[in-house]
Design a protein around this ligand. Structure first.
Ligand code: GDP
Length: 322
């Protein structure tokens, strides 16, 4: 059997990097779409020199189709898009084109490639808890109604539904409905890394205070490499389907701050945190908490790190960086 080939969009992001490492260690040839900054591309080349990088933009459907025809992948992971919910309020049109229509460009190109060659193409769409908006009940699962409340969520909901539309046309397209997933590779535009980086700098006497927005939001924070493992399991399962990927536990932003400051050895976190309204979102889900029972039962997937383990690993990495 010839070597398996994967194509990954969003390869320079947090998940793209972990996924590439995971696939390469499995003997899969990895091709990726790069649109990120030179710094992110350099970082990926350093970590994964075997990955083949192609420049392109998800909004260019012709380029996506041409690349897929050239590479002829067995597995396609669509992780690309606008990754920040906060930024999606600034750029709703761009968010719709990249995260919504861009996903359709990938799904459609995969269907056409499979139709033309007769070789199956398996696809993974990285969906998001944001498709549920401000859900009435926690935990959410695969049957929770889609009712997005942010431009990010609405774009992801469209992509999510197009994956099931293409599935009904014979494409093995699966989705993973990912809850927040973190690691030391998260940029500081996300609250977890913003907090752990600040905790480390405050512990080292290099920063005085930390400005944050909504401290009461409850999120279900998991460990990014675990979520990448779920993607691989979902795409390779014989029956394409949708899976919630979450820990089942939620914590407030304030609890994250308290745990991170304690791990960094900074006493009295309240005296260090300032609420700045510029970080408060126009709409923010009160609680996101996922029920991953289906992924556990069907994919044999389970998270390997709990809240304390994630906070501890991120703080430790940020202290080491100093
Ligand atoms: P998201 O869930 O994908 O938007 O991930 P984030 O890490 O950006 O935000 C998680 C939660 O933290 C949201 O409820 C934000 O409103 C809240 N939050 C509070 N303060 C901040 C902040 O200073 N930056 C960010 N990014 N989020 C914040």
């Amino acid at each position: 059997m010839s070597e398996r080939t994967a194509f990954v969009t969003g390869i320079t992001g947090q998940d793209g990097g972990y996924l590439t490492e995971r696939l390469l260690s499995d003997g899969v040839a990895v091709h990726g779409l790069v649109h990120g900054s030179d710094e992110q591309v350099a970082e990926l080349r350093r970590r994964c020199p075997e990955a083949v990088l192609h420049s392109g933009d998800l909004t260019d459907a012709g380029r996506i189709a041409a690349l897929l025809a050239e590479i002829g992948p067995d597995e396609v992971y669509n992780l690309g898009g606008i990754s920040s919910v906060a930024f999606s309020w600034e750029q709703p049109v761009l968010t719709g084109s990249v995260s919504g229509l861009g996903a359709v460009a990938v799904l459609d190109a995969c269907w056409r490639l499979q139709d033309r060659t007769g070789r199956p193409v398996r696809v993974l769409q990285a969906s998001s808890a944001e498709i549920f908006g401000n859900p009435e009940r926690a935990p959410q699962d695969e049957r929770t109604p889609l009712r997005p409340a942010t431009p990010y969520g609405a774009a992801k909901a469209y992509a999510h539904q197009m994956a099931s539309v293409l599935r009904s046309r014979g494409l093995a397209a699966s989705t993973v409905i990912l809850y927040n997933h973190e690691s030391p590779r998260r940029p500081e535009t996300f609250v977890t890394r913003k907090i752990t980086a600040a905790a480390a700098r405050i512990a080292a006497g290099r920063q005085d205070r930390l400005s944050l927005g909504n401290l009461d939001a409850r999120r279900d924070w998991g460990w990014a490499p675990d979520y990448v493992e779920a993607m691989v399991r979902a795409v390779r399962h014989p029956e394409p389907d949708d899976y919630v990927i979450a820990t089942g536990e939620s914590h407030t932003v304030a609890e994250f701050v308290a745990a991170a400051f304690a791990a960094a050895g900074v006493p009295d976190w309240q005296s260090r945190v300032v609420v700045d309204s510029s970080f408060v979102r126009p709409v923010d889900a009160v609680e996101q908490r996922g029920d991953a029972s289906k992924a556990r039962a069907v994919l044999g997937w389970a998270p390997t790190r709990d809240f304390a383990g994630i906070v501890g690993a991120m703080v430790e990495a940020d202290l080491a960086l100093l």
